[in-house]
Design a protein around this ligand. Structure first.
Ligand SMILES: *[C@@H]1O[C@H](CO)[C@@H](O)[C@H](O)[C@H]1NC(C)=O
Ligand SMILES: *[C@@H]1O[C@H](CO)[C@@H](O)[C@H](O)[C@H]1NC(C)=O
Ligand SMILES: *[C@@H]1O[C@H](CO)[C@@H](O)[C@H](O)[C@H]1NC(C)=O
Ligand SMILES: *[C@@H]1O[C@H](CO)[C@@H](O)[C@H](O)[C@H]1NC(C)=O
Ligand SMILES: *[C@@H]1O[C@H](CO)[C@@H](O)[C@H](O)[C@H]1NC(C)=O
Ligand SMILES: *[C@@H]1O[C@H](CO)[C@@H](O)[C@H](O)[C@H]1NC(C)=O
Ligand SMILES: *[C@@H]1O[C@H](CO)[C@@H](O)[C@H](O)[C@H]1NC(C)=O
Length: 405
């Protein structure tokens, strides 16, 4: 009787074990197969009229063990060292292991071969500030798998993107994946306005910033682009404009007083005028698809980098993981500028706002030296709550962008 009871006990223990193992296996399989969730959403979107218009900006961040999409150590060919947090010796990397799951939208897993095939004979151009450059570098890493690739040619010269004498770097870069003849390029235009040196010989050399004219690069090469992504935002402050010796012009004359003296109005005016110009160009360039990316949020607490503000959170999603509701973009300026045009909004503001832990802040100022045991604690820490670690959040912007091309 006694032994029978223990036999029974043993039996139920092993049954429980078997059940437990089964449960773990089921959990692992569903973790490994995130497409399940998206196919669930597909079914939902077929039946629910409210989600028939998909909004990629709404959804949630979910853990994904298959992330990141490329290695932050290996994508040296395309990543700026300062943005490669793995190389800069940041200690925590949990932020790399999330993907955005838009609600009610079909967003297939990124596959670089499928992507390049789809982009055969096509040119993708990013024009904007350093956050646009981050998105460009991210796409280069995604498309190359982060691997050293002799198949990718530098074709900057075709677009006049060569380093000028005395310049630190060219105004942009252009690369071609020769197997599919896909070109990906970036041009630095922080304000999306035309910059023309003024005819003054005395320093400081002033530059006219024509708020009502798109950058010459964009006018000259638009006919060669199949996809264009614009962005601006973080250079619209007095310090940056004066530091660059930019002098605002409209209608070919210097802005003296009036509502454009307020930089927020000047930014709003410029975003609307570049969107209006581009929209008018689209019928003349039928194969061109144009996107305006919304502003990338910054997370300085207590001011900004000038006033010692920082962002030292390292815990992912401590601001929440979900964006819901029917309200529009957090970037009302870009939203209203593209409203009623053929330009698509690439709305990344709210979903990036949740990711304050993924900035390059907390990295070391000097790249990690692989062999020598360095005096790490003595290396100053980067305090940048504007740019993002790569791999990281701009990869998600690209996934949303690719899903909408
Ligand atoms: C590459 O694509 C461009 C633009 O579509 C096209 O003009 C060119 O002929 C293509 N080159 C090759 C080698 O396929
Ligand atoms: C790409 O361009 C080449 C050369 O012009 C052409 O032979 C090929 O059919 C094109 N492929 C696609 C998918 O457009
Ligand atoms: C610049 O100004 C000088 C002196 O007024 C003039 O001689 C010159 O032609 C001007 N250059 C241009 C490009 O306008
Ligand atoms: C520029 O010119 C347009 C058309 O002449 C005019 O409506 C507008 O007020 C001018 N803008 C400025 C800032 O001078
Ligand atoms: C994070 O920054 C705040 C100031 O914004 C500071 O008070 C706090 O001590 C910092 N925490 C850590 C762990 O460095
Ligand atoms: C877009 O434009 C329409 C028509 O002018 C207007 O009713 C709507 O409120 C605008 N939407 C946004 C988000 O600005
Ligand atoms: C690290 O640098 C600090 C400050 O320069 C110095 O005091 C300390 O002795 C160094 N530690 C090591 C292990 O080199």
């Amino acid at each position: 009787m006694f032994s029978g009871k223990s036999h029974l006990l043993k039996g139920s223990v092993s049954l429980a074990l078997v059940l437990l193992i089964l449960l773990v296996v089921i959990l692992l399989v569903s973790e490994k197969n995130p497409l399940r969730t998206s196919s669930l959403f597909d079914i939902k979107s077929q039946f629910s009229p409210s989600s028939s218009v998909c909004n990629f900006a709404k959804g949630k961040w979910v853990e994904d063990r298959k992330r990141p999409l490329y290695s932050g150590f290996e994508c040296k060919q395309w990543l700026s060292t300062m943005w490669a947090c793995r190389i800069m010796g940041r200690p925590d990397f949990s932020f790399e292991r999330y993907r955005w799951q838009p609600e009610g939208c079909n967003m297939p897993q990124f596959d670089r071969f499928t992507f390049l095939k789809r982009m055969q004979n096509k040119t993708i151009a990013f024009i904007g500030d350093s956050l646009g450059r981050q998105q460009f570098q991210s796409l280069m890493c995604m498309a190359s798998g982060g691997e050293e690739s002799p198949d990718v040619q530098n074709v900057g010269w075709e677009y006049g993107l060569v380093k000028a004498k005395g310049a630190i770097r060219p105004d942009g870069w252009a690369y071609r994946f020769s197997a599919t003849n896909t070109t990906i390029l970036y041009y630095w235009s922080a304000s999306l306005s035309d910059l023309v040196p003024l005819n003054n010989t005395d320093p400081p050399r002033l530059t006219a910033m024509h708020l009502d004219r798109p950058p010459a690069f964009m006018r000259n090469y638009l006919h060669r682009f199949d996809v264009l992504v614009l962005n601006t935002g973080h250079h619209w402050n007095r310090g940056k404009i004066e530091g660059n010796h930019w002098v605002m012009h409209v209608n070919g004359t210097r802005v003296d007083g009036g509502y454009l003296k307020d930089i927020r109005n000047a930014k709003d005016f410029t975003i609307h005028s570049v969107a209006k110009w581009l929209d008018a160009q689209l019928p003349l360039h039928p194969r061109l698809k144009a996107f305006f990316r919304t502003i990338s949020p910054r997370h300085f607490k207590n001011g900004d980098w000038n006033t010692g503000g920082n962002c030292n959170n390292t815990v992912p999603l401590s601001r929440g993981r979900e964006i819901t509701g029917d309200d529009g973009s957090m970037d009302a300026t870009v939203e209203s500028a593209v409203n009623g045009t053929r330009i698509k909004i690439l709305d990344i503001t709210a979903l990036s706002e949740l990711r304050d832990e993924a900035h390059i802040s907390g990295s070391k100022l000097k790249p990690r030296k692989p062999k020598k045991a360095s005096n790490v604690s003595a290396t100053p820490i980067i305090n940048d709550c504007l740019h993002w670690c790569l791999p990281g959040i701009p990869d998600t912007w690209n996934e949303l962008f690719i899903a909408q091309i």
